[in-house]
Design a protein around this ligand. Sequence first.
Ligand code: GDP
Length: 717
Amino acid sequence: MNRDYPLEKVRNFGIVAHIDAGKTTTSERVLFYTGMSHRMGEVHEGEATMDWMDQERERGITIAAAATTCFWTPTYDPENKDLKHRFNLIDTPGHIDFTIEVKRSLRVLDGAVIVFDGVSGVEPQSETNWRYADEEKVPRLCFINKLDRTGASFERSYKSILDRLTTNAVRMQIPIGEEDKHEGVVDLLTRTAYYFEGNLGSTIRTGEVPEHLKEDVEKYRHELIEKIIEQDEEAMNMYLEGKEPELTVLKKILRKAVIGNLITPVFTGTALKNKGVQLVLDAVVDYLPSPLDIPPTKGINPATGEEEIRNASDDEPFSALAFKVQSDPFVGQLTFFRVYSGTIEAGSYIYNSSTETKERLGRIVRLHANEREEVKKVFAGEIAAAVGLKDTKTSDALCDEKNPIILEKIKVPEPVISLRIEPKTKADQEKLGMALKRLSDEDPTFKVTTDQETLETIIAGMGELHLEVLVERMRREFSVDANVGKPQVAYRETILGTADVENKYIKQTGGRGQYGHVKIRVKPMDTSIADEDLPKNVKREDGLEFINSIKGGVIPQEYIPAVQKGLKEAMDRGVLAGYKLVNISVDLYDGTYHEVDSSEIAFKISASQALQEAVQKARPVLLEPIMKVEVVVPEQFMGDVTGNLSSKRGQIQGMEDRGQLKAVRALVPLSEMFGYTTQLRSMTEGRGNSTMEFDHYEVVPENVAKGIIEARGGTHR
Ligand code: GDP
């Protein structure tokens, strides 16, 4: 069976946005314009945060589906069958605390449309998502949405992109009117005015540039053309001779620059009032990459430990990533996967290199807006969903058993907040166990542990809201009734200094003894070195960097894993207040062993003791999560709000206008931010809004640390 669609006409892309910028509305318009959706639900203003899941459910499966397939022929040549493209629209979560989901979706998509609120411009989550997209080198288009709103400004929003995200951004359009006068957009490259009429703006009318915009159009068009031709010497020379390259040439150069992340085109309009979305879809065709345009996928051959690559070709061995496991009202469970190389047929066996198990791939489906298409075979570069895979989790790598490959893992951030959860009855206990397993399988930033002393269950996540949502899901989806404790900050411990320690764990009294002897050096881990750039003898896992410098077998190879295990165990409990240790580099450089008495357990204990002692000596400190906070309030409350943030050990990062309102950005320790929403409400007569997300860990100031350590019964040194 042959490929049903040429790969160069496939676009795997996602729509990414700060919550409320209009991702859902834009996605709905995409499904409508691509001709698949018959029902267009509207989102209503003023919803409570808790409602979002129910809303997604009520809106049907499409919007919430991990990937939806649709087709698009650009509006500039709608009859041209050769231009028809297949879109696999990949869902990215709209919620701040689910950043890992954004990261995961960025791994499987080839390009992204970043949606901004035309009143707010760049918001905190836009920055985070942008950073992630930078890390994954995802080519992007920007869509400044909500231009119809009071207070909206294309220029201000565009400038916020230039100032805060990238100087590579360039206007592709300018709006015809703003706020309630917003009528359409002018495409700068072609100097064409676009208006969107008829049912939900689906009839496109083009026209001359309105007189009052002609000057602006020429000015910004000039800017755009210069930006494009800078990327191409031939075009540049031609331009310098006074000749402008043809439209097709300009578009070709621009496409290459967008794919290379050298230019980010900016579009505008309003999804809700049905203006501009179709032109963004044209741009997806014109400028975002097909699977053939992106670099081959890298992975490790588990047999050899060597790096291998997989090209987006049907002739290569099969490799894929399961990027989302989702319950489905009709078929039970769907496992969405992206094929990087090779092909896979329904009914064949796949090898899960993450769990080292084999599973039969039963049925395969592709989800369209309102139908499921049964698929017999999936080709390289495509996205589909498997029905009934039982042992495959989110983020597992799937491959051909004869050519196994482990794909690069997504780095999961450590949870910053935890709380105790206690089932109300015996029956709840069982249901809780099941719910926790299911939810943590779905979401790797959601961690479940047991307190070793009290045996209570502790759940941890990326923010207060993240845990609130998960507890709510346990109640609704799994009918678990439970008491939940107060949220606690997940502090960490690390070292600022270095130490050199020798430890001997020796017991030689009668019978077989114990003998483990290690010498280690510890220092703070240099996180500026990426994992993939580390030398071969260095391994990083869970905040521990292990350097194996043992020469000449002074500690036999068979005991090295035991040493590593001992170090890992010691990392679980810091020396100040028992919090997890992070970012420590341990160099195992010497030791001895005993022919008879040495054992794995002896080396494990010796290494563990050595690390504890070394940490004591290397200036241990407490770390706390720092949150990026943004508060938007009417001007008269600004003074109170900033004063209050400062009193919370916050550092004000900037202030700016947001239409009629003011926004302040600050970095504030999480421990100071509990219950902030309520506090803000009473401080601003209910007119303030805030968002918050994890930014980084920072050393806790001495005086504050003292209190935390004492409260945990630790000793402050
Ligand atoms: P998401 O959180 O990014 O998915 O945002 P939604 O699509 O759910 O939109 C959030 C709110 O903004 C909803 O009330 C939408 O109706 C509204 N909205 C979305 N797009 C526009 C727009 O272009 N103009 C206006 N005025 N409101 C919009």
